[in-house]
Each structure stands twice: as C-alpha cells, then as structure tokens.
Design a protein. Structure first.
Length: 156
C-alpha cells in the first residue's frame, strides 16, 4: 500500500528506484561482465582488451593516429601509445616514422596482426553470442537501437 505522501506522486518524486534496477547501473554491470569475459578469452592469445580494441579499429580504419585510436578505444592517448608500441614490438602493428602527419605517425596491421585479430574475433563473437543468446533477432535489433538512442541522449 502506498503511503499518503507518495500516493499519486510522479515516479521521480517517489525517490529513485533501487540501485540494481537503474539503467546506468545495469549498463555498467553488463559492461564489466563483458569486459571480464573478454579478458579471459583474449589472455590465451596474449592480448588484453585494450590491445584487441586497437587492433580491431586499425583493421577497420587503417592508418589511424594514436589520438584517433585512443578516442575509439576509450583509453587515454598515453595508454594508447604504450599499447601501440607493445603491439609494434610484437610485429602486429606497423608504423612508418617517415610518414608523420601533424607529429602523428599513422599505424596499420601487419599480416601477423590480421591473423591474430581473426583468432581473437572468433573468441569475442562467442561472447557476443552468449550475451544475446536469450534475445530474438528483433529484440537484439531493438536493444541496439535503444542503446544508440541512449548514447545520443548523453552526447554533449
């Protein structure tokens, strides 16, 4: 039974819902679980989630600069440069120091990088499948659109 003070009041006046029911909390919880599964799946391939993100973006957008990669991978430029250098030392990423544009050296994947990324993609797609296993195709599409709208709502 509702108390007299909240009876008929709009939802926002009744106070916030329990934390476990808030969208932001559920998004963060899902993100953390997804990240944990990715870390577990990528470790046997010698990759971290940040390395996988950079490799994926370089495959889709070759010759990106460090700053562009950092923005797309949700990491700082300082972290991105450390990750890129590590990938370069492993022969997974190539950079032409002679081709510097505005003090930035574009990067792209080597053949070894492409091969490793293809193996990693198989692992990540298994996680994506697990994430959406109880959703119909229509529900997956609707959720993707809802998340895109939510993201747009938070854009500056």
């Amino acid at each position: 039974m509702q108390s007299p003070s909240t009876k008929g009041a709009p939802d926002h006046e009744k106070g916030p819902p329990p934390v476990a029911q808030r969208l932001g909390y559920l998004l963060k919880q899902t993100s953390q679980a997804f990240r944990h599964r990715m870390d577990q799946a990528l470790a046997p391939l010698g990759l971290t989630t940040a390395q996988y993100a950079l490799l994926s973006h370089l495959r889709e957008f070759p010759r990106m600069t460090n700053a562009q990669l950092a923005r797309r991978a949700f990491i700082t430029p300082q972290t991105s440069i450390r990750v890129l250098v590590g990938l370069q030392k492993r022969g997974l990423v190539l950079r032409d120091q002679a081709e510097v544009v505005n003090r930035a050296s574009p990067a792209w994947l080597s053949q070894e990088g492409i091969k490793l990324l293809e193996e990693a993609n198989l692992q990540v797609m298994e996680i994506e499948t697990r994430l959406s296993k109880d959703f119909s195709l229509e529900e997956q599409t609707a959720l993707a659109h809802q998340l895109q709208r939510a993201l747009a709502n938070l854009a500056p």
